[in-house]
Ligand binder design. Structure first.
Ligand SMILES: NC(=O)c1ccc[n+]([C@@H]2O[C@H](COP(=O)([O-])OP(=O)(O)OC[C@H]3O[C@@H](n4cnc5c(N)ncnc54)[C@H](OP(=O)(O)O)[C@@H]3O)[C@@H](O)[C@H]2O)c1
Length: 284
């Protein structure tokens, strides 16, 4: 791991540190864990980590052939894994996924809701692209809600389960040029926060992870890979850790400090950002 990335991970503090392999194994061995977006980035690394730790991993994403390769790698190392090729923006397909995983495995113990798409685009550039809004919400908000509406009843009935949302610090710190992405991630974050106590009564835990930058195929077009950030393996370790510790919310400490300041004085952060945008416009 490059030094800058390791130093960055350490800066995040102990709640973002790698999980002890034996603790993770105790938490997930024999459990049926559905990971969405498991063909790439954070989801792929999480599926491999959980497969190595004794979980039966169900991998969902659109590219079935890529999922099959990840499954083969997990199985080659002695793990258990199954692939489900599905477009999570197709709500009927989500219902079929729920039906199929329950028919095939009888239950799902843990859902890692990770599939997502990101859009870094200004309002001006989005004006003629309303499909950006619909398709981003379809994947980041509506699909995960539909999936959990299908899977939560059996968890609540069995009085056990855990839902982990792979979310972003953008929901704490709204930023220019991220409106569509941030709104969709915030919608799911809010939905999960509202239902969290309802399902907790029935023994089901929920965790929202507000990740900082992670170097993945999604972030590559926007961020220089040399920037300090988490690697996909470090991010997967964070997912593994929350499966052990089950916090309701994991947010970087510096976001916890900055978010109340931005919320208390949005006009100040708006003014600073507007000046920066204006200076960039002049420079271009
Ligand atoms: N990277 C970051 O800096 C960062 C920071 C904070 C939060 N996050 C969150 O982390 C999650 C994973 O992102 P990543 O960076 O690991 O991105 P990634 O490498 O691009 O992976 C995205 C995953 O989502 C799947 N996916 C996309 N569209 C789908 C669809 N319609 N139906 C089913 N699956 C679909 C992709 O698989 P297919 O193409 O095979 O469908 C892929 O497996 C996202 O929710 C993102 O918002 C990322």
């Amino acid at each position: 791991m490059p030094l800058a990335h390791d130093a960055y991970r350490r800066l995040l503090g102990p709640t973002w540190a790698p999980v002890a392999p034996d603790r993770l194994r105790r938490a997930v061995a024999g459990r049926v864990v559905l990971v969405t977006g498991a063909s790439s980035g954070i989801g792929e690394a999480t599926a491999e980590l959980l497969g190595r730790s004794g979980a039966h991993v169900l991998l969902a994403a659109r590219r079935g052939e890529v999922l099959d390769e990840v499954v083969a790698r997990i199985v080659a190392r002695g793990g258990r894994a199954s692939a489900y090729a599905v477009d999570l923006t197709d709500l009927d397909a989500v219902d079929r996924l729920v039906h199929d995983v329950l028919a095939d495995h009888g239950r799902v113990d843990v859902v890692v809701s990770n599939a997502g798409r990101s859009i870094h685009r200004s309002l001006a550039d989005t004006t003629d692209r309303f499909h950006d809004v619909t398709r981003t919400n379809a994947l980041n908000y509506l699909g995960p809600v539909r999936l959990l509406m299908g899977l939560l009843p059996q968890m609540r009935e069995r009085r056990t389960g855990h839902v982990v949302d792979v979310n972003s610090l953008n929901v704490d710190l709204p930023a220019a040029n991220w409106a569509v992405y941030t709104a969709s991630k915030s919608a799911f974050d809010a939905w999960l926060a509202c239902i969290a106590p309802e399902v907790r009564v029935d023994g089901v835990a929920t965790t929202s992870i507000h990740f900082p930058l992670v170097h993945t195929p999604m972030s590559a077009p926007t961020y220089d890979p040399a920037l300090p950030a988490l690697t996909v393996d470090a991010a997967a370790q964070v997912v593994g850790r929350v499966l052990v510790t089950r916090p309701r919310l994991l947010v970087p400490w510096w976001v916890r400090l900055a978010a109340p300041v931005q919320a208390a004085a949005p006009e100040v952060s708006d003014a600073v950002t507007a000046r920066w945008l204006a200076s960039r416009r002049k420079g271009s």
